[in-house]
Design a protein around this ligand. Structure first.
Ligand code: HEM
Length: 377
């Protein structure tokens, strides 16, 4: 018996037989109940993500109505992830250039150093795993950006910035309640002020400013947009990397013995139990996609997780969960490194993945598969 639909699949215990069935039998179809077109095969997904009229936001709604007019909406509307056309191309060039300058071995060393200064706060493995997966990757990106992380007298790193980033990320979800949106607005204000006041020279944020000067000859990228996109890197790192950490812990728990190379395991999990399961596109004009006639305003759900399980779409070097085409993730290598380091740090703190399985659920989400480990008491 298959799961109900592609949205329910995201948090289903085992959606992969369903995804494979969809990719094989209904590669591109209209789901009347969801009111969405669904691209399930690798070919269909690639075609949608490459199409110039397939935009990341509905044309008439650049910012979700719940966020519009708030500081959270102002931040959202500036993100490269949420923008199309010439502004997107200019910003993407800046982000790619700055990120290409990251020294990955050095990033791993810095991530390990940060992990060493995060104390084990909870006795329970589940609490600890939930906390770290939403904390360490974001703190590492903040550190790479050149933002100063607070420390207490014992030298322990404060996780405050990661809390604000997670709060903002939650406010962007279609499942956000009014209280989440309100908290997201406060978080956006805090992050904007903090990042604006504290960026140190030599970090990724400074590299983005330099890249904006070097690359954006015709496009004028204002400082507020640059700052928003520096904060955007922490936001992008938050939920998806937490999902990759959590899904890797689940895999380790099922394997029983912690064995093999963690980088390889993370790469495999990114393909076989991916954290980002789908992404949406909105038609800016009538268009023919995968042989079907779509109308302006139609929405398409691209099932990245189904493409990943489509035998015709095997791409071990660039897992589908990182997307493809113009909006493809520029942080994939860093994300895998941060996930592996976070898992490794949890193992070193004696978190036993086998003990996490008993309380395994998934956080409610329409696109991200992120375990929520329930404490044992
Ligand atoms: C496991 C972790 C991650 C996953 C699965 C992931 C996945 C994705 C996906 C699927 C997209 C494209 C969305 C679309 O086309 O609709 C994306 C975009 C993006 N990601 Fe990631 N990401 C991860 C971590 C990161 C990290 C660590 C960073 C940076 C520090 C990052 C930076 C970005 C940015 C800036 C974009 C927007 C690119 C654009 O719109 O052109 N991501 N990511």
């Amino acid at each position: 018996m298959y799961v109900a639909d592609p949205i329910a699949a995201v948090t289903d215990p085992d959606p992969y037989p369903y995804y494979r069935h969809l990719a094989a039998t209904r590669p591109f179809h209209h789901d009347a109940a969801l009111g969405l077109w669904v691209a399930a095969s690798a070919d269909a997904g690639a075609e949608v993500l490459a199409h110039p009229d397939c935009r990341v936001r509905p044309v008439a709604q650049p910012v979700p109505p719940a966020l519009a007019g708030t500081p959270a909406g102002a931040l959202f509307g500036r993100l490269v992830r949420m923008t199309d056309g010439a502004p997107h191309a200019a910003l993407k060039a800046v982000v790619m250039r700055a990120m290409a300058g990251i020294d990955l071995p050095d990033a791993r060393t810095r991530a390990r150093a940060l992990a060493a200064h995060l104390p084990r706060a909870e006795a329970d493995d589940a609490h600890e795993a939930n906390r770290w997966m939403f904390t360490l990757p974001v703190l590492c990106v903040a550190d790479l950006l050149g933002l100063p992380l607070e420390r207490d007298e014992a030298g322990h790193v404060s996780t405050r910035v990661a809390g604000f980033v997670a709060t903002f990320a939650a406010a962007m979800s279609p499942l956000a309640r009014p209280a989440d949106v309100e908290a997201g607005a406060v978080a956006a204000q805090w992050l904007t002020r903090w990042a604006g006041e504290h960026a140190a020279p030599g970090g990724l944020l400074a590299a983005m400013s330099q890249a904006a000067i070097d690359t954006a000859i015709d496009a004028d990228i204002d400082p507020a947009t640059l700052l928003a996109n520096a904060i955007g890197l922490m936001i992008q790192a938050c939920e998806a990397t937490a999902g990759l950490v959590g899904n890797t812990l689940v895999r380790l728990g099922r394997l029983g013995e912690a064995s093999g190379d963690l980088d390889e395991l993370v790469a495999d999990v990114a393909c076989t139990d991916p954290p980002v399961q789908n992404t949406r596109r909105f038609l800016a004009a009538d268009a023919t996609l995968c042989g079907e006639s779509l109308k302006a305003g139609d929405a398409v759900l691209v099932l990245l997780a189904a493409a990943s399980h489509d035998p015709a779409g095997a791409r071990p070097d660039r897992p589908w969960t990182f997307g493809t085409g113009r909006h493809g993730c520029p942080g994939d290598a860093l994300a895998r490194l941060l996930a592996a380091t976070t898992v490794d740090s949890l193992l070193q703190r004696d978190v036993d993945p086998r003990r996490l399985l008993a309380g395994l659920r998934y956080r409610p989400s329409v696109n991200a598969r992120i375990p929520l480990f329930t404490p044992s008491h």
